[in-house]
Write a protein that binds this ligand. Structure first.
Ligand code: ZN
Length: 230
């Protein structure tokens, strides 16, 4: 009887959210009712995981509410970027016809490793070479874009590419650079137990910044300066 109940419940959740890759968005954003259903189903599964691990969470004052708490954290925070629409990017005409390098950062990165479900945290830097006859976007939008793609299970190499592809597609700049420098707790808290200062740096260049060595150098120099002053 219990199994049948669980199965029917999962059937509803499964119909609502078809599975896709861990750092891909669901085919359409989820509303509050769909997320609530997902939280309920996830909490049941996390409770089962505790049972497997020999934790009597129903009678333990420390973990009694943990399955529901962790389910909420996964759906509403850690994987939120998969279930919400991407940020709206308001464009302005490039009235001043600015075509020089703009660098913004550090932008906080808070993500989760797809391999170990451990935190990834650090900084992103974005360099934009606007097209003189193109569009520009508000600076805060870059922070929102980084946050959107970080809020899911990620590996850093793909996170950088997702941010870059989105900015290229939406704003069509002449050139773009996206750089992330981050600590992976799957490497510091477990495994080789690397220093907490140990970082991974990934950079992707697009458009003119792929070929223009001077602008690339300028971007990397600005990143170093911004990092030092952070
Ligand atoms: Zn990992």
């Amino acid at each position: 009887m219990t199994m049948a109940l669980k199965k029917s419940h999962l059937g509803v959740a499964g119909d609502t959210v078809p599975p896709c890759l861990c750092n891909e968005a669901t085919p359409s954003p989820l509303n509050a009712a769909e997320r609530s259903l997902m939280r309920f189903a996830a909490a049941q599964k996390i409770g089962e995981l505790f049972e497997v691990l020999g934790i009597d969470y129903l009678n333990d004052h420390n973990t009694r509410d943990t399955p529901a708490r962790v389910a909420k954290m996964y759906v509403e925070e850690i994987m939120r970027g998969r279930f919400n629409a991407p940020p709206v990017v308001t464009e302005f005409d490039n009235v001043g016809q600015s075509d020089q390098l703009i660098v913004t950062g550090p932008i906080d990165v808070r993500s989760t490793c797809a391999h170990h479900l451990m935190p990834i945290y650090g900084s992103a830097y974005i360099g934009v070479l606007p097209a003189a006859d193109g569009k520009i976007i508000g600076l805060s939008k870059y922070d929102r874009i980084v946050d959107h793609f970080s809020a899911r299970l990620q590996i850093q190499e793909e996170l950088v590419k997702q941010i870059g592809a989105f900015i290229m597609e939406r704003t069509k700049p002449r050139g773009l650079a996206v750089r992330i420098s981050a600590v992976h707790m799957c490497k510091s808290q477990r495994g080789v137990r690397a220093s907490h200062a140990s970082r991974m740096v990934t950079t992707e260049f697009y458009g003119d910044m792929l070929t223009d060595k001077t602008t690339r150098g300028e971007f990397l120099q600005e990143c170093a300066l911004l990092d030092r002053n952070a």
